[in-house]
Design a protein around this ligand. Structure first.
Ligand SMILES: [Mg+2]
Length: 109
């Protein structure tokens, strides 16, 4: 089992020990991802890029990733597989020889 799979199992154990699966419908998990993403944005509000607390950054990233992992698990999706699939898609959309060193969208390359 990979490190990601092990931590997802720990997250599921944490959830199940509290009987919280009943609250984790897809819509609310998606909302939680968005809300936690907003908490991440709030860390940067009115500050320079590097002025944020590393501890708070860790907390908010962990919150976002945890809800992402729970939503993936709910839909029987393998996190490593869906990320690999997306990398493959982006490799086609953004060939390294065209995309290297610029931030243009794939349809402007
Ligand atoms: Mg949070």
């Amino acid at each position: 089992m990979s490190e990601i799979e092990i931590i997802i199992q720990k997250l599921i154990k944490f959830r199940d020990e509290r009987d919280w699966k009943q609250f984790h419908n897809s819509k609310d998990l998606a909302l939680a991802i968005s809300i936690e993403s907003s908490e991440l944005l709030e860390l940067f509000l009115w500050k320079g890029n590097e002025e944020i607390s590393r501890e708070k950054l860790k907390d908010e990233l962990a919150d976002i990733l945890s809800y992402c992992f729970l939503l993936a698990e709910k839909h029987q999706l393998s996190v490593p597989e869906i990320i690999q699939d997306k990398i493959n898609k982006n490799n086609l959309k953004y060939p390294a020889d065209k995309a290297k060193g610029n931030a243009k969208k794939y349809n402007e390359l």
